[in-house]
Write a protein that binds this ligand. Structure first.
Ligand SMILES: Cc1cc2nc3c(=O)[nH]c(=O)nc-3n(C[C@H](O)[C@H](O)[C@H](O)COP(=O)(O)O)c2cc1C
Length: 239
């Protein structure tokens, strides 16, 4: 079934001039603005800028209610047509984490052997990946599904729809990392599952339509990291 909500006309200028809409605008603006007594813009900017990718964790488990709050905030990310194509598999259990780490390590080993990488380097690489996955207090495997997205008869628009699902899912991942940071947790997005989606889906017994995109390792941080960013004028143009 083709469901193209994007084709609906989006010229709201007449509607915006309507007296009822004009009367409601001040309260809309109030709703949209951050409530300063809760969170100043400076505090938000500080939160956004102070998040770092954390790869070493304390063994302390993440309380269930903390994890739920983090996932709740993740799901408030924007998404194309508000279809919310993200799916999360939460692994707070060491046995499942180990199972995933072992399966991904086996696939990584096979891939690197095909590439002709020396065995010693392969072992170093796989051990590092396994260590990160099993030392996290929890893993969130970030997946997407195309199940609720629009379908098109042509490959180009279908590909664009797919990219929108990927973009939406990445936004949920960023929300999740920031919410975790706000809770005092550390986290890192790891790309491994993107390279072995079938292995991840099979190992974790996930629904067939779930496409693993990455895994976020989470836990109370056992390291401090610093990073730099390029100056704004190397990344922005104004027209
Ligand atoms: C799509 C994506 C894939 C990433 N994959 C990995 C990864 O596989 N392993 C890893 O240690 N970090 C990974 N990272 C984290 C980046 O290395 C990190 O975000 C970057 O170095 C900037 O550091 P910061 O997050 O501390 O600011 C990934 C980040 C993104 C957004």
């Amino acid at each position: 079934m083709v469901n193209n909500s994007r084709r609906i006309a989006t010229d709201f200028s007449g509607l915006m001039r309507h007296p009822a809409v004009q009367a409601a605008l001040p309260s809309c603006r109030q709703q949209i603005a951050m409530q300063p007594e809760l969170l100043s813009p400076q505090a938000v900017h500080r939160l956004l800028k102070s998040r770092r990718s954390i790869r070493r964790f304390e063994p302390t488990p993440i309380p269930d209610d903390t994890m739920t709050r983090v996932l709740e905030s993740a799901k408030w990310a924007p998404s194309a047509h508000n279809r919310q194509p993200w799916r999360f598999a939460v692994l707070a259990n060491r046995a499942w984490q180990q199972r995933l780490a072992d399966a991904m390590a086996a696939q990584l080993t096979a891939d690197l052997q095909v590439d002709g990488v020396p065995q010693e380097a392969i072992e170093k690489d796989t051990q590092r990946s396994q260590q990160r996955l099993t030392s996290a207090a929890a893993l969130v495997v970030v997946c997407l599904t195309m199940g609720d997205m629009d379908t098109y008869p042509d490959a180009i628009r279908q590909q664009n729809e797919r990219i929108m699902a990927i973009q939406s899912t990445a936004m949920a991942g960023q929300n999740l990392l920031l919410a975790a940071h706000a809770e005092g947790l550390g986290g890192v997005w790891m790309c491994g599952p993107l390279f072995c989606p079938d292995v991840v889906r099979t190992t974790l017994e996930l629904p067939a339509a779930w496409e693993p995109q990455g895994v976020i390792a989470l836990g109370f941080p056992a390291e401090m990291r610093t990073k730099t960013r390029e100056p704004l004028n190397t990344r922005v143009v104004y027209r």
